[in-house]
Ligand binder design. Structure first.
Ligand SMILES: [Mg+2]
Length: 364
């Protein structure tokens, strides 16, 4: 089977999370952007992938169009790991993390979707999985920055059945109401997205220890300051999580050998897709580090994450952004009920992409 066409399709969908829109480097975050990657074949089978994402989407779209697609069209890909290894080798000078890797992820996920459709098997079964039906999922709250809103939406998420909740807060005043609203029996995680320099990160970890965090995520700037992460673990005793910004399995190994991680969070749409996340998970298993994939996005990458967890990670949760989208091309597949997401059992990703929704929200 040969690839006949690769098309990146960017959509932007309005969302609501109940607070002021969080800021990004280029302004307020008003829409959830998803970069779909559509791959067509000479067998008439179409697959769908997703490359990261959000503010990086337009760069990733360019990487698909200009760099990755020309290396794919006309080629046979029946051995996806070999095909992806060849693309990685040809493109390694363009970086092991960033838009080119994100573009490769989009291709990889689409190829697995096609392979599954051709074989009539869901991706988790292609990976040798046991066919689980549901994956425990945590609510990943966007940043509210206001104590009353953190308490309100922590309570709301618990009311909808979540038993683990992640706050994107980085002040004691906004973490404390989350823990208070949750009580002692709900897991609370805090993700700062690298808010603090090293000394401040250590000081803040000491202050946050009282709130019994299941993990403190990306606590330090720069993102690869593994020495400080290791010190937080060793000197403060708060579990540390990171990995969404780790670009390849070798860097994951480096972080783990530094003793930086209690929890490793590879992101399937960033690290390069199913083949690459599988390699990174193997590294974590060698080092005895727990894996909780990063997946706060709404396209085929979220669904591929469910398949990987179903096949490889019996003790892991899925991450889902806690917000309402105006529409989704994946319908019910992205729904979370009672703190669980369903693992699709249809061929490939096991989802139907509603191209009318794609057309309505497509970004030119
Ligand atoms: Mg994070």
């Amino acid at each position: 089977m040969k690839i006949t066409k690769v098309e990146p399709i960017l959509i932007a969908v309005p969302y609501e999370h109940g607070g002021p829109k969080p800021m990004r480097p280029f302004g307020p975050w008003t829409h959830m952007e998803t970069l779909f990657v559509r791959v067509d074949t000479d067998a008439g089978i179409t697959g769908w992938g997703e490359g990261f994402g959000f503010a990086a989407s337009e760069l990733t779209r360019e990487a698909v169009t200009r760099v990755v697609a020309p290396l794919c069209v006309g080629r046979d890909f029946s051995d996806v790991p070999s095909f992806m290894a060849d693309l990685q080798r040809k493109l390694h000078a363009m970086g092991r993390h960033g838009p080119v890797s994100f573009a490769l992820a989009g291709i990889d996920i689409a190829l697995w979707d096609i392979l599954g459709k051709a074989k009539g098997a869901p991706i988790h079964r292609l990976l040798g999985g046991a066919g689980r039906d549901r994956i425990p999922t945590y609510a990943s709250l966007l940043r509210y920055g206001k104590p009353d809103l953190v308490a309100k939406y922590t309570e709301a998420a618990i009311g909808r059945g979540y038993t683990s909740i992640k706050l994107h807060e980085h002040l004691v005043e906004t973490v404390a109401p989350g823990r208070q609203a949750a009580g002692p029996n709900i897991a609370i995680m805090v993700d700062t997205n690298c808010a603090w320099a090293a000394d401040e990160a250590l000081a803040m970890a000491r202050k946050l220890k009282a709130y019994d965090l299941a993990w403190l995520e990306e606590p330090v700037d720069p993102v690869d300051d593994y020495d400080t992460m290791a010190r937080i673990r060793r000197e403060v005793g708060v579990p540390v999580a990171a990995g969404e910004n780790i670009g390849h399995p070798g860097e994951a190994r480096y972080a783990m050998e530094h003793g930086a991680l209690d929890v490793f969070q590879p992101s399937i749409t960033k690290i390069g897709g199913i083949v690459a996340i599988d390699q990174a998970i193997a590294v974590a298993k060698q080092h005895g580090v727990r894996v909780m994939p990063h997946s706060p996005y709404f396209g085929p990458g979220l669904i591929a994450t469910l398949h990987v967890i179903a096949a490889r990670l019996p003790d892991s949760m899925c991450e889902r952004f806690y917000c309402e989208l105006e529409a989704t091309p994946l319908g019910d597949a992205i729904a979370c009920r009672d703190g669980h997401m369903s693992v699709p059992h249809g061929p490939g990703l096991g989802v139907t992409v509603d191209e009318r929704v794609i057309a309505r929200y497509r970004v030119a």
